[in-house]
Ligand binder design. Structure first.
Ligand code: FA5
Length: 353
């Protein structure tokens, strides 16, 4: 065998041996870069494979074919070992990432339990108001938030030409005739719906949202909450109204808070009054309107004013809350800022988030 042939046989054998060694190495390696490096060293452009293939041409024809087969088989074995190593390492890395990215759910559960949600201040106040009035013999009534002109205005003695319509800054809904369908601008429509549906005597309160084209400021919100009250019975007088309002104020705010009625005007009550409560600084804040139900309103609901009399009131719940918790600005109630709301978590009604 001449020197060229010897060299060629040695290079072919070197490749085959290197494949055997590298397969053992690949079976243990767990670094993808090392797999790439081994593949390129043995099978790449300047690899032992390229050299061995080049040397095949220097072999005598009787052994070239067999040597070629050895080289190809070794290359296939190595390629298979590289592929297996890659999928094994990929699987190992996946398992590792499951471990490192795993969420510690135990920890999460504990912290969730510690951070409890609670009912919004308005909901708490609404529940409290309902409890007070139910304790005084009232039941709770509801009405829709989208109303027709009949319920929001006309049945309440506010005909189309009446200037009081303007004072309600109504938000109309683009439905039916112009200005016929609206977001209720007060909760008084529930008076009408209740009188239409039930025979007197009636003792109801109707808490819920009302809507006006008011710009938000310290005492106004475009979406706010009112509680409407209606009593229809025999021999009801203004004294019953004053006594009920006074009793409610003492129950909600405490005995030290005063209230006063100021003469006012609402088309649906006669006489009418505005109702204020005292603030800690001695000033008064208007909470709502009230009065004796106007005979025309009773007639609109087919209740005979000669037989039945009634009083009604409508208070702003957001303002009640502002006074009770000494909030400077009722916009806090609409901001949904949990840092603010968490200060008023209700101890009993806490709910787990
Ligand atoms: C009314 O809405 C009458 N329906 C109340 C009434 C009922 C009178 C029954 C007589 C008999 P008024 O527009 O004044 O009245 O509103 C009543 C209260 O709702 C106000 O005193 C205030 O506490 C609250 N309120 C009105 N507008 C807003 C607003 N934009 N933001 C927050 N509270 C408001």
């Amino acid at each position: 065998m001449d020197a060229h042939t010897e060299r060629a046989v040695a290079d072919v054998s070197a490749f085959v041996e290197a494949v055997t060694e590298t397969r053992k190495y690949l079976a243990k390696v767990s670094d993808p870069d090392r797999i790439d490096a081994a593949e390129s060293e043995l099978l790449g452009r300047k690899s032992l494979l390229v050299l061995a293939r080049r040397q095949l041409g220097n072999l005598p024809s009787d052994i070239r074919k067999q040597a070629g087969r050895r080289v190809n088989e070794a290359r296939d074995r190595l390629q298979q070992a590289v592929d297996e190593a890659r999928s094994r390492v990929k699987a190992e890395l996946r398992v590792q990432s499951y471990e490192t990215d795993r969420l510690d759910l135990t920890e999460r559960l504990i912290s969730q339990r510690q951070r409890r949600g609670s009912l919004h201040l308005i909901t708490q106040a609404r529940d409290h108001l309902e409890d007070i009035f139910v304790g005084m013999g009232f039941t709770v009534a509801e009405g829709p938030e989208v109303e027709s002109a009949w319920y929001n205005y006309e049945a309440l003695n506010i005909p189309e030409w009446h200037p009081a319509r303007g004072s309600f800054d109504t938000l109309f809904v683009d439905l039916g005739e112009p200005e016929e369908v609206m977001l209720r601008s007060h909760n008084s429509p529930v008076q009408i719906r209740t009188m239409e549906a039930c025979e007197p005597p009636i003792y109801i309160v109707a808490p819920g949202r009302a809507f006006r084209r008011d710009t938000a400021d310290a005492t106004h919100l475009p979406t706010f909450n009112q509680i409407e009250g209606l009593v229809v019975d025999h021999d009801i007088t203004m004294a019953d109204l004053a006594g009920t309002v006074d009793e409610f104020v003492k129950a909600f705010f405490g005995r030290e808070v005063d209230c006063r009625l100021r003469p006012s005007h609402f088309p649906f009550t006669e006489p009418s009054a505005e109702f204020d409560v005292s603030r800690p600084d001695g000033s008064w804040l208007e909470l709502g309107g009230c009065g004796m139900v106007h005979p025309d309103v009773l007639r609109n609901c087919e209740v005979d004013p000669e037989v039945w009399q009634g009083f009604a009131f409508g208070f702003g719940i957001d303002r009640l809350v502002a006074i009770r918790y000494q909030l400077e600005d009722i916009r806090e109630l609409a901001n949904s800022d949990v840092r603010f709301l968490r200060q008023f978590q209700h101890p009993v009604r806490e709910v787990l988030l």
